[in-house]
Design a protein around this ligand. Sequence first.
Ligand code: HXC
Ligand code: NAP
Length: 282
Amino acid sequence: MTAPAVPQARWLPQDTFAGQTALVTGGGTGLGLEISRGLAALGARVVVASRNTEHHQPFLREAEQAGWLAESHALDVREASACRDLIDGLVEQHGRLHHLVNNAAGNFVCPSHRLSANAWRAVLSIVLDGTFYCSKYAGRHMLQSGGGTQLNIVATYAWTGMPGVVHSASAKSGVLTMTKTLAAEWASYGVRVNAVAPGPFASDGAKGNLWPDDATEERIRRSVPMGRFATTSEVAAQCLWLMSPACEYVTGDCLTIDGGLSLAAGMMFGDGQRPGKRDGVR
Ligand code: HXC
Ligand code: NAP
């Protein structure tokens, strides 16, 4: 027996998404790639879409070797008409779109008082506008075809806030509210809309834009109560779970996957002061 593509999703039946079509924005890198691999290994036809199709090649190569159904399309989610054309085309070609993962994002650290209007717009347009465009155009088909799932990737700073990323935090907060709104609006049509809020995990995009040096990465790592970052496989497994029939009564929810990081703000004592395994307390 071959090892599962996403080890933490091994409890899901191999045919969980068989015969279904899924669109993953930003599906060629980082978390998006892991979600694409997991969906494809569990039977879905997976369409990855982002600006640079070179980013899709590792997924396409693996899919060819594994016999997965995979497609790649160039898409800038900031263009509403491009989102509409891609999604309409997929439905025309494959009959139906069952799953949408709004994973595409842009981010970088910049003090708010120095953030230019264009820089604010760059992130808001990818994260907030892009998520809405894809949700709307996929939703139009899902409402008419018996349902589907939409999954949005946010971050815990959508509700805690975080210095240095006012653009991303504001956009993710909007996406979280969008998740709940669309979930309520579309529940009676069988469309489930959920979100996940991962803590930090390693990806080229995050490393390049958020923790470019080892010292910063280590400082962030130490602030996680579990003492480590998530793996993309751990996060992707929860995404697959939420999209699967195991969660068919779950909608409008946001699952936090952060090793306790968002709780750390409530901890009054630092390392060595609070009782914990790392302090030698049993
Ligand atoms: C200040 C910056 C900047 C920076 C860009 N800008 N980078 N300002 N500090 N580091 C400004 C530019 O000067 C410009 O403003 C404006 O933003 C647009 O820049 P462009 O380079 O033209 O934008 P574009 O080519 O569209 O690229 C979008 C991008 C880029 C968001 C800026 O970083 C990108 O493509 N990112 C995709 C990958 C990524 O970010 N992944 C991270 C995901 S991690 P002016 O005024 O000069 O014209 C994540 C959550 C992590 O999202 C959560 C951790 C807990
Ligand atoms: P990543 O690899 O940089 O992923 C970002 C993806 O978005 C890339 O594949 C990129 O592809 C795509 N993208 C960017 N702008 C786009 C646009 N305008 N149109 C279409 N696609 C676009 O980073 P990641 O860390 O895996 O992030 C994945 C998701 O997790 C994001 O939603 C992020 O906010 C979230 N998240 C990450 C962390 C973390 O610690 N890494 C924590 C919490 C939440 P192209 O360059 O080819 O366009």
